[in-house]
Write a protein that binds this ligand. Structure first.
Ligand code: ZN
Ligand code: ZN
Length: 414
């Protein structure tokens, strides 16, 4: 193995008063990241381009040297599940959400409060698949948390919008109302496709709103998961650069789908189910499993693969929830486990290591931002004291990088 790329989702942040005006990276005790930083170089990266607020898929696609493709999200999500796809099948990313009613269509919560358990999501998915009748076959698959993949079988157009206005208008919130999926050209097939998806979404509310699972949730003071927000319509596997000599350790459907579509040998594990309402207990459990699994993948493939790609998702969530202490704690956990392993694994095997993020998710913004992300490149240079923080990265010798240049810059891509 020559190199390891680790993407810590949403790691970049801004100074936070809850952490004594430090960023989570600055506040975290990360001796192993400091060890790697000292023997390498720091820099900062605009994952897509300056001023652009990336979604995870856009950033990942860009960091792996590709141009952005608008229709990739649904396809990548669906390819990260066991749904079988053929060309022309329409795939969308879907979120369980809460709306007030179909008539008013106000979005109460885009993720049904993030409290939907795995068992609840599976029961609701079953109800959708069983009770909705359409003129075309479809499959809805609940994946992790509020997330799901939705596929309509047939020959569709992917030139349609989603039904969440947040994602339809340059990522700024213009409306808290659900929209309709709209055709984005005047082809008959785009109109037909939009009609099918809209008919499906309307029926989804009818099936979900008074479903016993949601009645029970209301009784417990929880938001009902009574609607789906969809986005990223795609009808074919995105044409992206191939990474045949890479292995990937992935567990989010999007990451699994991206790794598979990029030709990587993809290793994944089943995410621990969310059993009760305690989302953070589940995240810490998931992170522990992910770090352990990543170490196993690295060990197993040391002689078999040239490069490894590891994506850790959990750190993005406390950014969305404005929980800087949790973000700090997660970073410390990654340092204590995965980075501690790398500190012992990389030097004797002459393996280079890149640690970066797909975007910043500043806690105080509760959303992704256009701020550049910190980059650490360990290459076994003569030690010089450095700490892996946003501000030190701004002054680092790697300088400013655009996502698309990263792998070439560190020599992982010729
Ligand atoms: Zn992300
Ligand atoms: Zn995020």
């Amino acid at each position: 193995m020559k190199g390891v790329l680790i993407i810590v989702d949403g790691m970049g942040d801004l100074l936070n008063s809850q952490l004594g005006d430090k960023t989570p990276l600055e506040a975290a005790h990360m001796p192993n990241a400091s060890f790697l930083a000292a023997r390498g170089h720091l820099g900062y990266m605009y994952p897509v381009k300056p001023g652009f607020v990336p979604e995870s898929d856009e950033a990942t696609i860009s960091i792996f040297g590709n141009d952005l493709i608008s229709s990739s999200r649904g396809q990548l999500e669906a390819r990260g599940t066991d749904i079988k796809l053929v060309r022309g099948d329409l795939a969308l990313r879907a979120n369980f959400a809460t709306i007030d009613s179909l008539k008013d269509g106000h979005i109460i919560d885009r993720r049904a409060g993030r409290t939907l358990t795995t068992a609840e999501a599976e029961i609701l998915a079953k109800a959708i698949n069983k009770n909705i009748k359409l003129s075309v076959p479809f499959v809805f698959k609940a994946t992790i948390g509020h997330r799901g993949a939705l596929v309509f079988k047939g020959g569709f157009s992917d030139n349609i919008s989603g039904n969440d206005n947040v994602y339809n208008s340059g990522k700024t919130l213009v409306s808290d109302k659900v929209g309709q999926c709209k055709p984005l050209d005047d082809e008959d097939n785009s109109q037909y496709t939009a009609n099918i998806v809209n008919e499906f979404l309307e029926k989804t509310f009818e099936v979900l709103n008074n479903h016993p699972v949601n009645e029970e949730r209301r009784k417990r003071g929880l938001l009902p998961a009574n609607y789906l927000l969809v986005r990223g319509a795609g009808i074919e596997v995105p044409k992206i650069k191939q990474y045949k000599k890479w292995v990937s350790a992935a567990y989010m459907p999007l990451e699994i789908g991206f790794s598979r579509a990029s030709g990587m040998k993809t290793f994944s594990f089943n995410y621990p189910p969310l059993k009760k309402m305690d989302v953070y207990a589940n995240l810490y459990e998931g992170l522990a499993k992910a770090c352990k699994f990543s170490i196993w993948v690295l060990r197993k493939n040391r002689k078999k693969a040239d490069y490894a790609y590891i994506h850790l998702k959990e750190t993005d969530i406390p950014g969305h929830d404005n929980k800087p202490s949790d973000k700090k704690e997660m970073l410390e956990y990654i340092d204590k486990t995965l980075f501690d392993f790398l500190r012992k694994f990389a030097p004797p095997n002459k393996i280079k290591v890149v640690i970066t993020a797909d975007h910043s998710t500043p806690c105080k913004n509760k959303a992704h931002s256009a701020d550049p992300v910190p980059v650490l490149f360990y290459d076994g240079s003569i030690p010089k004291e450095r700490k892996f923080t946003e501000s030190e990265c701004r002054k680092g010798t790697l300088g400013r990088i655009n996502g698309k240049e990263l792998l070439t810059k560190v020599g992982f891509l010729k």
